[in-house]
Write a protein that binds this ligand. Structure first.
Ligand code: DGL
Length: 277
């Protein structure tokens, strides 16, 4: 009997959510190292971008989406959005309780960075919401008080990438003008604290010419998901079920952009979470 319950738990899906389709970079990294896991993704495209929303609104969205993922029997909920992780991680964790493990995109990254750098200056670029919460600086300094942290809001980047502007003249001009800001002078490492930014990693690397270590969260978070499941004996070894990629508002433009965030062909399905309940 106990064995049967355990097997069922293993086979339950991993829930992943984001404000839109940027979190697909995290889903893609999870799928790469855990191909047997079933993924249920929810992109809240109806409310994108979260970076411009109030903390109260984001908490409300995050709680409702977590409920939806729990109703889909998810054994784990990955908040694949820095903005949502920065303001709603604690409240989601509280609400979910013992029903599932909640992973934020921030904790695994700050732990990795604090282990890599004992002193020096770490830059953080993110949406206005994430920077306003000051979560990266707070957590990094808690783990390692001698670190200097320089946080810069880069609100143009996520919408620019979503519109397909990356690896071109326009994106390079926007990226360079942010990276040239005095705040980011003399950094040793730069955290790409937004799930959209892996797409512009090559341009950022080109700017720094290997003098600054670029830290992008997708792979670090995927490793953390693997470790948590392995520790709890919850890795799926059974036949993989179909992944689902839900969005709260379906548009052709979101559908066309999925290919840039997720390696492999996927289909977005509309789920009208906000109208249904
Ligand atoms: N995916 C969000 C994040 O990681 C960025 C986009 C938004 O503003 O919603 O912060």
């Amino acid at each position: 009997m106990a064995k049967q319950t355990k097997t069922k738990l293993n086979e339950m899906p991993i829930g992943i959510f984001d404000s839109g389709i940027g979190g697909l970079t995290v889903a893609s990294a999870i799928h790469k190292i855990l191909p047997k896991e079933q993924l249920i993704y929810f992109g809240d495209t109806a409310h994108f971008p979260y970076g411009e929303k109030s903390a109260d609104s984001i908490k409300y969205y995050a709680l409702r989406i977590s409920d939806f993922l729990l109703r889909n029997n998810c054994k784990m909920i990955v908040i694949a959005c820095n903005t949502a992780s920065s303001v709603a991680y604690q409240i989601v964790k509280q609400q979910v309780g013992e029903r599932a493990t909640v992973i934020s995109v921030i904790e695994p990254v700050v732990s990795r960075v604090a282990a890599l750098y004992h002193h020096g200056k770490v830059g953080v670029i993110a949406t206005k919401g994430t920077i306003k919460s000051d979560i990266y600086a707070k957590r990094l300094k808690e783990l390692n008080p001698s670190l200097q942290v320089a946080s810069l809001a880069t609100p143009l980047l996520a919408p620019m990438i979503e519109e397909g502007f990356y690896n071109n003249k326009i994106s390079r001009t926007v990226i360079n003008s942010y990276l040239q800001r005095p705040k980011l002078k003399k950094i040793d490492a730069l955290i790409l604290a937004c799930t959209h930014y892996p797409l512009i990693r090559p341009e950022i690397e080109e700017y720094y010419k290997q003098k600054v270590k670029i830290i992008d969260s997708a792979e670090i978070v995927a490793e953390s998901v693997f470790n948590h499941l392995a520790e709890k004996g919850l890795l799926n070894t059974a036949k993989t079920l179909k992944n689902h990629f839900y969005v709260s508002d379906y548009t052709e433009s979101f559908a066309a952009s999925t290919g840039i965030f997720y390696k492999g062909k996927i289909q977005l399905e509309r789920y009208a979470l906000w109208e249904n309940e």
